[in-house]
Design a binder for this molecule. Structure first.
Ligand SMILES: [Mg+2]
Length: 317
């Protein structure tokens, strides 16, 4: 490692210590962090790996982008519960030959996003990796007791909604694969996706969402999780799925890493067209028959399979 483990931890501590948080009684520097979750709240916990050549490539993703994307997945999971993020923990293994500059930039990306959501880096570990960068990130959040929005509570007759537009992130990845530079719009969404924390909280507070999940693996796959957990089926209307181009249906259905929210709501619920400046689109409905279908403009239904993106598996060498 470029600087000693101890020196690296001191640097991280100095940077992370600048964040102010009413939740964090004790951050980096003791055996454990000490947290004071808001009164009447339950804790939400999510962990995610971010592995070199599985989730990112150093040739395609700058260190700053890797740091940002590493955290966005955890924050997006908290958003999908309607929760608020409280603290971040990071275990980071670095190869011996990685430049210190890369490490600094990685923390720039990670801490900028953490600060945006007032979520302090409260602890973790560093180690030397035998091969490649490995980051394991944990985000702790909270929601009022019994009010987290689950995957398992969609009901037949509920309408299905998504936030934003789908398929932009994977479009950028496909450009990289083809050896091209992605266009600015999809590159931004791929490099710096934003977790929909404020939208998720609003959907919970207004009791709009009957179930919710974030779109990390792709619409078809993430919808299948709601269907399985809720023991229901779903019909999507192909024409309604929001995407940058009309021919982007495949990417919107099966591309991943959009980090938008997919939720269901009772047909009686008043669902606004926009929440926190994010567009909300109705894209289908929950049915009692198990399975997933895609309906075209004439109403003709075809079976929809969960074919969400599995990172670099398709072309990994
Ligand atoms: Mg998730």
């Amino acid at each position: 490692m470029p600087v000693s483990e101890r020196a690296l931890i001191e640097r991280i501590r100095a940077r992370a210590g600048r964040a102010k948080s009413s939740v964090l009684a004790r951050g980096i520097g003791d055996d454990c962090a000490v947290l004071r979750p808001p009164r009447g709240h339950e804790l939400l916990v999510t962990t995610d790996f971010c592995l070199e050549n599985v989730h990112f490539r150093r040739a395609w993703h700058s260190a700053r982008v890797v740091g940002h994307r590493c955290l966005v997945r955890g924050l997006s999971d908290i958003a999908a519960m309607g929760g608020e993020p409280l603290a971040v923990f990071l275990s980071l293994a670095l190869p011996a030959d990685i430049p210190q500059r890369w490490v600094n930039d990685f923390f720039d990306g990670l801490l900028a996003l953490a600060e945006r959501w007032k979520t302090p880096l409260a602890g973790g570990d560093v180690a030397q990796s035998p091969r490649g960068v490995m980051a394991d990130i944990m985000v702790l959040g909270s929601a009022p007791k019994g009010q987290s929005v689950l995957r398992s509570t969609a009901r037949p007759g509920d309408l299905i909604y998504v936030t934003g537009k789908l398929g932009l992130s994977v479009a950028a990845l496909n450009q990289f694969r083809a050896g091209k530079k992605p266009n600015a719009r999809s590159a931004l969404r791929h490099f710096f996706p934003q977790p929909r924390i404020d939208v998720g909280q609003s959907l919970r507070q207004r009791r709009i969402a009957s179930s919710m999940i974030d779109l990390s693996d792709g619409l078809s796959t993430d919808l299948s999780h709601i269907c399985e957990e809720s023991r229901v089926g779903a019909v999507l209307y192909a024409d309604s799925i929001p995407r940058p181009q009309t021919d982007g249906l495949e990417l919107a259905l099966n591309g991943g890493e959009d980090y938008e929210l997919l939720f269901t709501a009772s047909p009686k619920a008043r669902v606004p067209a926009e929440i926190c400046e994010t567009t909300i689109t109705a894209i289908g409905e929950i049915v009692s028959r198990r399975g997933m279908w895609l309906a075209d403009s004439s109403g003709k239904r075809a079976i929809l399979k969960a074919r969400g993106w599995e990172h670099f598996r398709a072309k990994a060498k």
